[in-house]
Design a protein around this ligand. Structure first.
Ligand code: DAH
Length: 346
């Protein structure tokens, strides 16, 4: 057959071949067959030399035109295939279904409050101390000036594990552990879980406390006042007022309870003419218990009460968290509802 005719016939042959090429690989093999280095077009071109000089230009031009045509056919078919693949992909799912949301983790309000309190005291030079939640009777009561028959033990509803082993009812045991393992001077805070047989709207059987203890020579009530005032203002704002009320704890003498001006009414006792519901109209909120370490406690841990003095304090973390974040129900802290937990900043 005439070479020109054969050239012109290539497009029709490719047409047939493409109509059967369903996959990308089949398309590629068609390209190699027709346009590859040893393909049909190349084969026909190799006969160029056999033509007379007059025939060559026409043949060359036709070959170029055919090459362009074949290339265009292959490109069009490839585009068609890609289009079909994309349509099939889009048809395989519903693009209007909302995507999966990634939850950002956040810290629990108790953790946030705990970290904030600890960081205030750390900035004042206090070290973090700890102890186990399962404690001895000695560390929890006896060394803290509550001998077996002491009526103060009635203040605590204790969960006993055995006669002398119990779940700690307060973090004050950290005081005992610290003093028994170290020499003064020292300043520590002990955050942790405590347990009591108590469960109602305002009490949970497990809750969190932070204990503080400072022991040195000539520590006075003025140090206690200054430290705790600075602490309350660091957490609740520099305008917060603080008052110290005489109180009683077996392990401190004298003892005080510390109140601060109400976070909601600012100490006025009322909001919009109504009694404030956070402070019940008093303008004050009790925030922690404190006092000068009782000499009997120093004696129990082997410190000389004539040589050293100190102050201690204990606060409830749930209460701080509730006041700080305006929580209204203590139990929210323990229900693990992500809609609640999600509201706290990382
Ligand atoms: N341990 C006390 C309680 O659980 C709180 C407390 C009061 C701790 C006075 C202290 C303190 O260190 O000095 O109620």
């Amino acid at each position: 057959m005439d070479l020109l005719e054969q050239l012109n016939g290539l497009a029709a042959k490719l047409e047939v071949r493409l109509s059967q090429a369903a996959t990308e690989a089949e398309l590629e093999s068609a390209r190699v067959d027709f346009l590859g280095r040893k393909g049909r077009l190349a084969e026909l071109m190799s006969h160029l030399r056999e033509l007379s000089p007059e025939e060559r230009p026409a043949f060359g031009q036709t070959a170029n035109a055919v090459k362009q045509k074949l290339t265009a056919m292959l490109d069009a078919r490839r585009a068609e295939q890609e289009q079909a693949a994309e349509s099939a992909f889009l048809a395989s799912f519903d693009p209007t279904v909302p995507g999966r949301t990634l939850w950002n983790g956040s810290l629990h309000p108790i953790t946030l409050a705990m970290e904030e309190v600890c960081s205030v005291f750390r900035s004042m030079g206090y070290e973090i101390a700890g102890g186990p939640e399962v404690e001895t009777d000695f560390n929890c009561f006896e060394a803290l000036n509550m001998p077996p028959e002491h009526p103060a033990r009635d203040m605590q509803d204790t969960l006993y594990i055995s006669d002398k082993v119990l779940l700690r009812t307060h973090t004050s045991c950290v005081q005992v552990r610290t003093m028994m393992s170290r020499k003064p001077p020292l300043a520590v805070i002990g955050p942790g879980k405590v347990y009591r047989r108590d469960s109602d709207v305002t009490h949970t059987p497990m809750f969190h406390q932070i204990e503080g203890l400072l022991v040195d020579r000539r520590v006075t009530m003025a140090d206690l006042r200054g430290t705790l005032t600075a602490f309350v203002r660091a957490v609740f704002g520099s305008g917060t007022r603080v008052r110290f009320r005489p109180s009683f704890f077996p392990f401190t003498e004298p003892s005080v309870e510390v109140d601060m001006s109400c976070t909601r009414c600012g100490g006025h006792g009322h909001v919009d003419g109504q009694p404030c519901r956070i402070c019940k109209g008093s303008g004050w909120l009790e925030i922690l218990g404190s006092g000068m370490v009782d000499p009997a406690v120093f004696s129990a841990v082997g410190y000389d009460p004539e040589e050293v003095s100190g102050f201690a304090f204990g606060l409830g973390v749930e209460r701080i968290a509730m006041l700080k974040y305006g929580l209204t129900d203590l139990r929210m802290n323990f229900e693990n509802d992500v809609r609640f937990l999600h509201q706290f900043p990382v």
